[in-house]
Design a protein around this ligand. Structure first.
Ligand code: ADP
Ligand code: MG
Length: 353
């Protein structure tokens, strides 16, 4: 599936702004972004439910921009399941096949129900199912005619957290089993990273960055991506030198030199933002020596500690720089550095972006 320079205007408002992306066939792709950034509008244009103001949509290499929705090999699953209340589960799934007079509709519907592990409930009505089960029926109905592309618009949004986590893994399994290209829309960064091979981070109608989840997390290229995917510490600095034949920048942060691998830097130019994830930072007391491959900032004062079970989260006020969040794995026994302690921050050059 390919979206090429697609724009959607509603009156004077630009909801999708010259957006381009290519989704590899057979992959699990996530479109991630805050509410209102244009995710649903993008999906609706791919489905043929909304007409682009400009640009081209291709499916399997064919320009389908002018092709009506029912002639595209695309199905969509929405947050609202839209099941027929008076039909049982099997007939809900078989409905589209029967309408198109597909011969073995019943067998194929059962097969799809098997895939979502609901074959045993095929005679129930939707009203007799839980929310999660209804979502599975909607999914079975969407894959039963084997579309080339399945669009999922926040399909797990109505489920509680535990069920949502379970369904994330289920969806991943189902996608791997059927091999259909999935484009999954969500505003939940954890959901996108858990499920997708590739995540496109969207903001204000545009793609900010696209990549495999570990790549996006380790090497965010904009402040928006750094903050939307997990937490980041970002500080302003000035590029003062180029090291290692251009592979690393020397950046001055409030009088301290920090090494930043260039491929990971936020932007070229003298003023940059330097970032590091809270869990990549170690706290050093006076006696401890940093590693030669570490960036070191400080000293600073621990202003807050909170014990979360898995980790201890520190807030450290670094003199003349600002406040850093630091997550330290608990070794047992709770926080090591009490509020008021003086510490330095150290993290590997490689973890700087
Ligand atoms: P998302 O799914 O990312 O939350 P949407 O694609 O639904 O975002 O909406 C993107 C923007 O376009 C929002 O500001 C929304 O209000 C606006 N919008 C969406 N559909 C319409 C419409 N039919 N008419 C006018 N504005 C719309
Ligand atoms: Mg939406």
């Amino acid at each position: 599936m390919e979206v090429a320079a697609v724009t959607k205007r509603f009156g004077g408002f630009v909801a999708v702004d010259e957006l381009s992306l290519t989704v590899p066939t057979g992959s699990f792709f996530a479109l991630l972004g805050p509410s209102g950034c244009g995710k649903t509008t993008t999906l609706r244009m791919v489905a043929g439910l909304e007409r682009p103001s400009a640009g081209t949509i291709r499916l399997a290499g064919r320009d389908v921009t002018e092709v009506p929705a029912h002639r595209r090999a695309v199905n969509t699953v929405f947050q609202s399941y839209a099941l027929f209340p008076h039909l049982d589960v099997l007939e809900n799934v078989a409905f589209g096949l029967r309408r198109r007079r597909v011969r073995d509709a019943r067998a194929r519907a059962l097969e799809a129900l098997d895939l979502v592990e609901l074959a045993h409930l095929s005679r129930r009505r939707p009203g007799e199912l839980s929310g999660g089960q209804q979502q599975r029926v909607a999914l079975a109905r969407a894959v039963v005619n084997r579309p080339a592309l399945l669009l999922l618009d926040e399909p797990l949004g109505a489920l509680d957290l535990k069920l949502r986590r379970q369904m994330q893994l289920e969806l991943k399994r189902i996608q791997a089993e059927v091999g259909i290209t999935f484009v999954h829309v969500t505003h939940d960064q954890e959901e996108a990273m858990t499920m997708a091979d590739t995540v496109a981070v969207m903001n204000h109608g545009r793609i900010e960055q696209l990549g495999a989840p570990p790549d996006l997390y380790e090497h965010p290229r904009t402040a928006f991506v750094a903050n939307f995917l997990g937490q980041s510490n970002l500080v302003a600095g000035t590029v003062v030198e180029t090291l290692a034949g251009g592979a690393t920048l020397g950046v001055d942060v409030a009088g301290t030199r920090v090494a930043v691998p260039v491929a990971r830097s936020v932007a070229a130019g003298p003023r940059v933002l330097v970032g590091v994830r809270p869990e990549k930072i170690r706290l050093l007391d006076d006696a401890a020596a940093p590693d030669v491959a570490d960036n070191v900032l400080g000293p600073g004062t621990v202003v807050d500690t909170s014990f979360t079970g898995v980790s201890t989260q520190y807030q450290v006020e670094v003199d003349g720089v600002g406040t850093f969040g630091v997550f330290a794995q608990n070794a047992g026994g709770g926080p090591v550095h009490a509020p008021g302690s003086r510490v330095r921050l150290a993290w590997a050059h490689a973890h700087t972006f």
